[in-house]
Design a protein. Structure first.
Length: 284
């Protein structure tokens, strides 16, 4: 059996424009920061199911990192990433240097995420979602996809990208893909490689807390938060930034119906995010 073809690699915006023009549609975009794992592969596979061509970006976006965050040590594994994308059948990989995405002399126009950009992750990481939405808008403009795929693990990011596309009338569909987890429930993340063996065990408490909260859904919002909080409290080594229950669009939690339970917590120096859907209320 012959090896799959290596994707075409675009290092410049001009390369991407040229390669994109030759792709059969519909075209899907999978934006990533590299250090690819099974969660990223799941995004590419989901894109392949519906698209005629798949473009993947591998770009560590500096504008979404705040002062003192892990921009310099964020894992960069280009050779392994390209091998993974070859296996998954990506057609084009956009892997530019920073100056291609943020050219010298640019005026610094950005995308304002609005009020939702200043809560939850936005409250802990001011300016983060301005950086995220700005780079996503650039990638959408360059790749001109019909579909764009994002993981549900970064649920606030997914929600804000959907809002940007809807409110700015961008002509594409944003597709969310369920979180991929380790056997013990830990959500896959490129930052998991920062965890020591002991922190790795502790980090699994996050998904257990979310499961406990989801199981309490029929008893209402207060029960959900209490159940999840009780499990988090069993791991004092974890330092929660927030535990929140919202509606699916990150507004106030409903009395009954679909909701979302979100958590961010630190294990040592590593910050981990996770969330699950929660049906509130139900038969009495």
């Amino acid at each position: 059996m012959s090896a799959p073809p290596v994707p075409a690699v675009a290092r410049t915006t001009a390369d991407l424009t040229r390669l994109r023009a030759a792709l059969p549609g519909p075209v899907a975009l999978v934006p990533t920061m590299g250090a690819l794992h099974e969660g990223h592969r799941a995004l590419v596979r989901a894109a392949r199911e519906r698209a005629g061509s798949v473009v993947v970006s591998v770009f560590v976006n500096p504008t979404q990192f705040g002062p003192g965050e892990d921009l310099d040590r964020y894992p960069r594994t280009w050779d392994a990433d390209l091998a993974a994308l070859t296996e998954e059948g990506a057609d084009v990989v956009f892997h530019p240097p920073v100056e291609e995405v943020y050219p010298p002399g640019a005026l610094g126009v950005t995308v304002d995420p609005g009020p939702l950009g200043s809560v939850l992750e936005g409250a802990v990481r001011p300016g983060h979602f301005t950086g995220v939405l700005t780079v996503v808008a650039k990638l959408l403009g360059l790749a001109r996809p019909d579909l764009a795929y994002f993981g549900e693990k970064d649920y606030q990011q997914l929600t804000l990208v959907r809002a940007m596309v809807r409110e700015l009338a961008l002509p594409l569909e944003v597709v969310g893909v369920p979180t991929v987890r380790e056997d013990d429930g830990l959500a896959l993340s490129s930052r998991n490689r920062y965890l020591s063996a002991g922190q790795r065990v502790t980090a699994a408490t996050i998904s257990r807390a979310l499961r406990a909260g989801a199981d309490a859904g029929p008893r209402g919002a207060d029960a959900v938060l209490a159940a999840a909080g009780a499990v988090l409290a069993t791991a004092p080594e974890l330092v929660p930034d927030y535990l929140a229950l919202t509606d699916p669009d990150l507004g106030p939690a409903p009395v009954s119906g679909p909701a979302r339970l979100l958590v961010a917590a630190r294990a040592g120096d590593t910050r981990l995010l996770d969330n699950v859907p929660v049906p509130l209320g139900g038969p009495r």
